[in-house]
Structure formats: C-alpha cells, structure tokens
Write a protein that binds this ligand. Structure first.
Ligand SMILES: [Mg+2]
Length: 264
C-alpha cells in the first residue's frame, strides 16, 4: 500500500460504507463528523434508486452524519436527467422501479406511460411482474431507448440477499434483445457528477467504497484514487483492479486539514 497523500475531497458510497441497511457504522459516523468539522468536502454516490437525495440525506442525518441533498448523487436523479439528453420535453416514458425513480422522471418533465413510450427506464422494482416485462419488451422492440439505473445483481438483506436492479434489467434485455445504457457504478457518471459538484482536484479526491467491482472500478474510470473499506459486502475475486488503499474501517484514514499532507 502506498503512503497517504493530500486529500482534498471524498466521494463515498453509502451502503456498506456509512451504514449497513439501517445500522450506522460507528467508525464512519465519527470519520464524516470529523471531516465535516475540518471542512473537508465530501459527496455521496449511490446505485440505490429507491430513495431520493432528500430521503438519503435524512437517513444520514438521523445517524449523525452531516449531509445535504445537493451532495448526494442517486441513480434515480441521474438516470432521469439522462432522459433529457435523449428525448423531447414531455415525452412518454415507461418507468419500472420504485416511487423515487417515478418521481425523478416526473420531475424531469416527462409523462409516465406504459404504451407508445419513447424510453423505458428501469431500476429495482419489488413489484416487477410479467405484464411490466411484456410492455417493456414491446416498447423496446419498437425502438424505445432503454436506461438502466444500475447493474447490481443482488443486494444485502438481513443476513442474506435479494435480487437487485441488474436482475430485472437482464430479464428485460433477454425479452427484448436490447441492452440497457447503465447509469450507476461501475460506470463513472455518478462520480463525474459528484466531482463537478465538489469542484475539487481529481488527483486528490478519493473514491471510497466497499465493493471493488462497482465503487473502485467506477472511481478508477473517473480518474480518481480509490479506497476500499472492509465494512460492507465481501466480494469474491479475481478482480480486474487493485484499490490504492485497502482499509478495515474509516478510522484508518488520517484525520487532517486538506493541506496538511504533501501534494504529489
Ligand atoms: Mg456499497
């Protein structure tokens, strides 16, 4: 492992880094509190499309982590935003996903529909069924755009797991023959957006996550140094990439003012 260098900003994953499900990770609460009081800027990026930035902000604040919605980048918001670059204003869009995704698409000015749509946008939908699959198939085979919030195959749940958005995307892809454009990690879109909001130097802004195949790959693709923290989901290798730092908890990151350490 290399030596710690100057940290001018942090872009962090949520689940497995700040909390596990509904349980805060104590070392993370302490770390973010000290970064907040030192004025070290940070933002959060999450593949989870089932909550809005406001809802994630409230969850973090309840756990004692200072956070504002402007610095929480979600796949629901960024996926809905992507539609604006593809479609005419007020176009008809089919949404397969949680209410947060539906609200984000509505907020972007599109009409929610399930026939004659210009795009299908899909994420984790716990009420996914055959009828939705069939309607998405018809739309995509008719030439609609296909946006997927994130490719996660499974999600941690209690002591086990449940299917993630990626499982739903694969079903739709198999039915229609059309692969989705993925917005979430391991693609770098969320991280690039967080970086532009922070306005910090990418060379000294660290991507922090608990999963190599999503967080670390995405951080690297966005050009950032990366930190893997072992408080979340354990993954099985082999891995295509090695994080710059590999730590047990966030307590291992030296607390410092942004300019205390040497620049590279
Ligand atoms: Mg995670």
């Amino acid at each position: 492992m290399t030596e710690w260098k100057k940290i001018s900003g942090i872009i962090s994953d949520l689940d497995g880094v700040t909390y596990r499900g509904d349980d805060p990770i104590d070392s993370a609460v302490e770390a973010f509190q000290s970064w907040h009081s030192l004025g070290l800027p940070y933002a959060f990026v999450t593949n989870n499309s089932t909550k809005s930035a406001e809802e994630f902000g409230e969850k973090l604040n309840r756990m004692g982590i200072p956070a504002t919605p402007e610095r929480i980048i979600t796949t629901s918001a960024v996926s809905a935003e992507r539609l604006r670059t593809l479609l005419e204003p007020k176009a008809r869009v089919m949404v397969i996903g949680a209410p947060a995704l539906l609200r984000a698409v509505e907020k972007s000015g599109f009409e929610i529909a399930d026939e004659k749509v210009a795009a299908v946008i899909a994420g984790l939908d716990r009420e996914f069924n055959f009828e939705k699959l069939e309607k998405a198939q018809i739309a995509l085979m008719g030439g609609a755009h296909f946006i997927g919030t994130n490719p996660d195959r499974m999600l941690p749940k209690g002591d086990g797991f449940e299917p993630g958005a990626g499982s739903i995307l694969k079903a739709i892809e198999t039915a229609s023959g059309v692969p989705p454009v993925i917005i979430g990690k391991p693609q770098p879109h969320l991280i690039s957006m967080a970086l532009s909001i922070l306005g910090t130097d990418p060379k000294s802004t660290y991507m922090l996550g608990d999963q190599i195949m999503t967080d670390i790959v995405a951080g690297h693709a966005a050009g950032l140094p990366t930190i893997l923290v072992r408080t979340g989901v354990a993954e099985e290798g082999p891995f295509p990439i090695t994080p710059d730092f590999d730590i047990e908890t966030l307590a291992s990151i030296p607390v410092m003012m942004p300019n205390d350490l040497q620049e590279t």
